[in-house]
Design a protein around this ligand. Sequence first.
Ligand code: SAM
Length: 225
Amino acid sequence: MKENRLARINELLNNRQPDLTVFMDQVHKPHNLAAVVRTADAIGIGEVHAVRAEGAIHRCSGTAMGSDRWVTTHRYETFKEGIEVVKKQGMQVLAAHLSDKAVDFRSIDYTKPTCILLGAEKEGVTDEAANAADQHIIIPMLGMVQSLNVSVANSIILYEAQRQREAAGMYGTRKISDEVYERLVFEWLHPKIKRFCQKHKIRYPQLNEEGDIDDDAWQELRRNI
Ligand code: SAM
């Protein structure tokens, strides 16, 4: 059982795309936040970013179907704070934004380190966010309504990114660091012990190749608590 789970976790982590992310700027409806996270998980994104809308409580509803366990959401109080984190990672920031200077989302090279910036349900992308973006992208709208639901727009763009990255052979080889890999394997295989370590502020134990705890020094540490 543990071996199957470890194999599944390995497969998932080998597909992770650390240089692809989503930035939700004041998206506030829980089902939209959750749906964005769920699509991110589905295409191999492990970390997303979210700026809280004024007065809103950030939580994902059931739509995430547990994907919020596998995807970390970094939350910020201000746009400035969040965008600095993403820019420091060398990402091209693409605002999904229905502006005059937006280009067709299919004309972009998503094999580059990329952050997709999404706007709020009603207000869309703020001026501050539009100005901070390197480019604006649009999904063509040929009907009567002017925009898509934010999570639908996210899915369409991310699956284009996934298509390009798959064609470029960017899946199947581990790109996350050894440190992140080891931490996630441990946390996902041993969630109760993870909570124990966090509660008592002790390090995580070493695992053997089967994913079992194999660390005498850590056992001693645990006994002394
Ligand atoms: N009235 C808002 C506006 O004018 O931007 C509509 C907001 S839309 C419901 C929410 C977000 O979804 C947008 O800010 C954008 O990020 C994304 N979005 C929706 N439709 C889109 C489209 N056709 N192209 C690009 N992004 C889109």
